[in-house]
Design a protein around this ligand. Structure first.
Ligand SMILES: Nc1ncnc2c1ncn2[C@@H]1O[C@H](COP(=O)(O)OP(=O)(O)OP(=O)(O)O)[C@@H](O)[C@H]1O
Length: 241
């Protein structure tokens, strides 16, 4: 196994109830990259990231994360996963939510207190630490979910539509946070259907109907298709593949 990559998918396929949802996907993600999976609703982004996160099995092919074949319980401790819908305890405060998840990761005592303050600082929610989560706005919940996913300082961060339903100002602040996290060496996979977000990734894989239609840096994809925007490049590949 070539371990220059943090994540490798080789000929990955997934069928559910005889329907082929993911078709023959191969991709590599390098350490410290922000890798975007871009595609319309139903393209298969969530299904693919669940297999990378080790929550689901491929029907065909292999997924390796940190050189280990997935699913693998040990590697799952090195992964932070933020699902599409927030998995938070609404009746508890943000601090209580963070304490619960920190305990699950075996972070306790002084380290737990420090880390909770650190991640809430990163997502700009320090002043809201003691508020009940059900009183949070949608954007605040998304940011709290992000804080939880990075609590244990995972090497790999998998974010399924982290900015869906979030206004442009908050979206920018989340992207600034992601850039900061990746600069520290964390490998990030992020799914999105927002074309201008894809432009912020180091590399993108464009998905449609369960297949990859193109992979490259945003500039490569635009230059190869003589497009000025990622949206035009996506439309080009959609027409021609
Ligand atoms: N458990 C399941 N049973 C049957 N079909 C499923 C199941 N999970 C996903 N699918 C189908 O697989 C396809 C891909 O779904 P997936 O959620 O991976 O897409 P997506 O690109 O993440 O879309 P979105 O952006 O809307 O979340 C869809 O057609 C969906 O209906």
């Amino acid at each position: 196994m070539d371990n220059q990559y943090s994540i490798t998918c080789e000929k990955v396929g997934k069928s559910i109830a005889k329907k082929e949802i993911i078709k023959d996907i191969s991709l590599n993600v390098s350490k410290g990259e922000i890798f975007g999976l871009l595609g319309p609703s139903g393209a298969g982004k969530t299904t693919l990231v669940k297999m990378i996160a080790g929550i689901d099995h491929p029907t065909n092919g292999t997924v390796h994360v940190l050189s280990q074949s997935m699913p693998n319980l040990d590697v799952m401790n090195d992964i932070g996963y933020m699902a599409q819908s927030d998995a938070l305890y609404g009746e508890l405060t943000a601090k209580e939510n963070l304490e619960f998840f920190a305990s699950l990761y075996g972070i306790s005592g002084k380290k737990q207190k420090e880390r909770i303050l650190e991640v809430m600082g990163i997502v700009n929610l320090t002043g809201d630490l003691n508020k009940i989560v059900s009183t949070y706005s949608g954007g605040m919940k998304r940011r709290l979910s992000l804080a939880i996913s990075i609590l244990h300082e995972p090497e790999i961060l998998i974010l399924d539509e982290p900015t869906v339903g979030i206004d442009p100002v908050l979206r920018k602040s989340i992207w600034d946070e992601l850039r900061m996290i990746s600069d520290k060496g964390t490998t990030i996979i992020v799914t999105t259907h927002v074309m201008d977000e894809a432009d912020k990734c180091n590399r993108i894989a464009m998905m449609r109907n369960g297949s990859l239609i193109a992979t490259g840096t945003p500039n490569e994809l635009k230059e190869t298709t003589s497009s000025t925007t990622i949206e035009d490049a996506f439309l080009y590949y959609g027409r021609n593949k």
